[in-house]
Design a protein around this ligand. Structure first.
Ligand code: KMH
Ligand code: ZN
Length: 280
């Protein structure tokens, strides 16, 4: 098995400041979190940005500040969200790709999202992918439901995407596919050959999904975006969630990937001086 790639999703778009004191909602806090997450065993950081009052923003300048702060504190692979927050326009969501992060997410279909709809029609997905291709950004395909893998295959047939790709299964969103071992196995079996995958279980499913992925040879995403608790009633810090997964992997005899090892596994170019600095 490859070394385990641990992604941390430390902020997200749904948590509010009054739900936890541990949300790194400013670029400075994101930088500090990046350092702690790297020390704990993380390789990728999945980035959403907030304004100083905690509200969501997809402003390019804020993402640039966040990127610079993360890079000043760590060598983590920086993955921008193009999912953003419910209600953002597709143009807003794609705008941050001009900063040329090493990776960015592409959600591969619409899905009920609590009482809302996370909208990812084919025109929206094509628009985001065209920008990814223009700016040379590697997608991470976010799969919230069974049909999303077929949607990705359709985008590949259209020539907008080539397989194999790195895929993240986000399981347990109210409205999406439930976080069960059998669902995860079905999704993995349905992937085009050569794909790498990780799983993000929502809420209390985060830990069991992570342990399953460690055993199956997949990779893991944890972080406050997906789960705010370390254990029942005890709020988590991002780096603790990463450290726990790293400890479990260690006990299971699976080494944990450094960011550069993750770059190799994912086929990202290790471009000294370039991959670490987005173009203006
Ligand atoms: N906040 C969700 C609506 C992503 O980052 O690409 C979408 C999301 C997915 O978080
Ligand atoms: Zn996200």
């Amino acid at each position: 098995m490859d070394p385990l790639i641990i992604t941390c999703a430390p902020v997200g778009a749904e948590l509010t400041l009054d739900q936890t004191p541990h949300l790194p909602y400013t670029p400075a806090l994101l930088g500090e979190t990046a350092r702690a997450v790297r020390e704990a065993g993380g390789a990728i950081v999945h980035v959403h940005c907030r304004n100083d009052d905690g509200t969501n923003t997809h402003a390019v300048e804020r993402f640039r500040e966040a990127y610079d702060s993360i890079r000043a504190h760590s060598d983590l692979i920086v993955q921008f969200s193009t999912g953003g927050a419910i209600g953002m326009t597709p143009q807003e969501r794609a705008s941050v790709l001009q900063l040329r992060p090493e990776m960015a997410t592409l959600t591969c279909g619409s899905v009920n999202f609590g009482d809302d709809i996370f909208e990812n029609s084919f025109p929206i997905m094509r628009g985001i992918l065209e920008k990814m291709n223009e700016f040379g950004v590697r997608p991470e395909l976010e799969i919230f439901d069974k049909g999303h893998v077929a949607n990705a295959r359709r985008l590949a047939k259209e020539g907008l995407l080539t397989f194999p790709q790195h895929v993240d299964f986000v399981l347990g969103v109210p409205g999406g596919l439930e976080a069960t071992v059998s669902n995860l196995c079905e999704l993995v079996n349905d992937l085009p050959p050569g794909c790498t995958w990780s799983v993000a279980g929502i809420g209390r499913q985060q830990l069991p999904m992570a342990m399953t992925a460690i055993a199956m040879g997949g990779h893991v995403r944890v972080g406050l975006e997906d789960n705010v608790y370390y254990s029942k009633g005890r709020l988590a810090r991002n780096e603790e969630l990463v450290a726990r997964v790293a400890r479990i992997a260690h006990e299971a005899g699976r080494p944990v990937a450094t960011p550069d090892q993750a770059r190799e596994i994912l086929g990202l170019r290790v471009r000294e001086g370039l991959s670490h600095a987005p173009a203006n």
